[in-house]
Design a protein around this ligand. Structure first.
Ligand SMILES: [Zn+2]
Ligand SMILES: [Zn+2]
Length: 391
């Protein structure tokens, strides 16, 4: 049996003015008020009811793409959508419900840490809060426990994976070059798959030092790249054919899957939502069965295990250096441009974090039995500022 899953990661940084709680005018987003509004108009909204065209180019249906793909939204973006684009927000929640019927009880939504923190660069305590807040936020919105969690920039280390497993998360998705070696379960000899050579058509079990484990999916790098940067979204049929081309002659069940930024579908590529809708319908008509990661895992659990390269991510060839050093990763070329400021900035923020942590611990202990547990639980107030929750 051959399966296809398309994952889209949706995120915008919180643009709210911290004093006003609202997003101010952003000139660059003209004619829209701000980037959130513009990207909603170009991407988040169209994907809730994307026109599906027939061969003559007539609209024959409007489809909610979110119900047929796998997706995650950063919680801070969802909270903006909830307040400002309620219809879109509700259509996203509805899509998760609909997908559960389609995919044997497994929803298409994945959780996301509360912020877009590069988790391997966080200390354990902050990782913990990020993941826990992400899980609680998800439960409150989608009304169910998350099965999977997206990691910002797919930045990963074993401590992060262990915390995911501890909080009941079953899987995450990584880039192919993050896999180091694999072996069939029960066998001794490892096989080197570095350089993105991992077979992406199956999930892998990742055993963690604590004794816990988690499943990992590695998306197809080439097709994902062409969707994001190579113009593959000019044709939904082309996209479908490329996805079908991922399968090998292996007789066992296989999963062809890709992961990209969700904004690719409509914001980065105009009408990308329509290409996606067409591609999904094309696949549904034959060639492969659409699925989501949770469903695939239940039906076809890992037969192999994997070890990863820690402190790596999908977007920086230097691991996670992009977020702490002058690693050279950049968009475009500008002479004399460098990022030497990154290291001192990161160090200053870490210093501030540690200094404030000591202060917080000392002062908060006067009122709280466990200040860090209190921080973890504080998400209930963030999610519901009504009198009852606050008390
Ligand atoms: Zn992101
Ligand atoms: Zn880099």
């Amino acid at each position: 049996m051959r399966y296809v899953c398309i994952h889209a990661h949706f995120y915008q940084p919180p643009r709210e003015n911290p004093w006003l709680g609202e997003v101010e005018v952003e000139e660059g987003a003209y004619p829209y008020h701000d980037w959130n509004e513009r990207i909603t108009e170009e991407c988040y909204a169209p994907n809730t009811s994307s026109p599906l065209l027939d061969e003559e180019g007539r609209i024959k249906d409007l489809v909610n793409n979110y119900a047929r793909i796998s997706f995650d939204f950063g919680p801070t973006l969802l909270s903006w959508l909830e307040r400002r684009e309620r219809e879109v927000y509700l259509a996203i929640l509805e899509a998760d419900k609909e997908s559960r019927e389609r995919f044997s009880g497994h929803g298409s939504a994945l959780a996301h840490p509360y912020s877009h923190s590069i988790l391997p660069l966080d200390n354990r305590r902050d990782k913990c809060t990020q993941i826990l807040w992400g899980v609680r936020d998800f439960q409150k919105r989608f009304g169910r426990k998350p099965e999977g969690m997206w990691l910002p920039e797919t930045a990963v280390d074993l401590e992060t994976l262990d915390l995911l497993a501890r909080m009941g998360i079953k899987f995450t998705i990584l880039a192919p070059h993050q896999a180091a070696r694999v072996r069939p379960l029960g066998e001794k000899k490892w096989m080197d798959v570095s350089g993105g050579r991992v077979d992406v058509t199956m999930p892998y079990l990742c055993r963690l030092p604590s004794g816990r484990s988690l499943s990992l999916f590695f998306y197809h790098g080439g097709v994902a790249f062409d969707v994001a940067f190579g113009g593959l979204l000019h044709s939904g049929e082309q996209l479908a054919k490329r996805l079908l081309g991922i399968f090998s002659s292996r007789p066992e069940p296989q999963l062809a899957h890709i992961a990209t930024d969700g904004e690719t579908y409509g914001h980065h590529h105009k009408f990308g939502d329509m290409a996606l809708a067409y591609c999904l319908r094309y696949l549904e008509r034959g060639g492969a069965k659409l699925t989501v990661y949770g469903e695939y895992l239940e039906k076809h659990p890992p037969t192999h295990e994997v070890q990863i390269f820690e402190n790596t991510s999908w977007s920086c060839a230097h691991g996670v250096e992009r977020w702490r050093r002058d690693c050279g990763c950049r968009f475009g070329y500008r002479p004399n441009w460098h990022q030497k400021w990154r290291e001192p900035l990161r160090e200053a923020l870490n210093w501030l974090r540690d200094t404030l942590a000591t202060l917080y611990e000392r002062e908060a202990k006067k009122w709280l039995a466990d200040p860090w547990r209190a921080r973890n639980e504080y998400v209930e107030v963030v999610l519901d500022r009504s009198g009852e929750a606050v008390e």
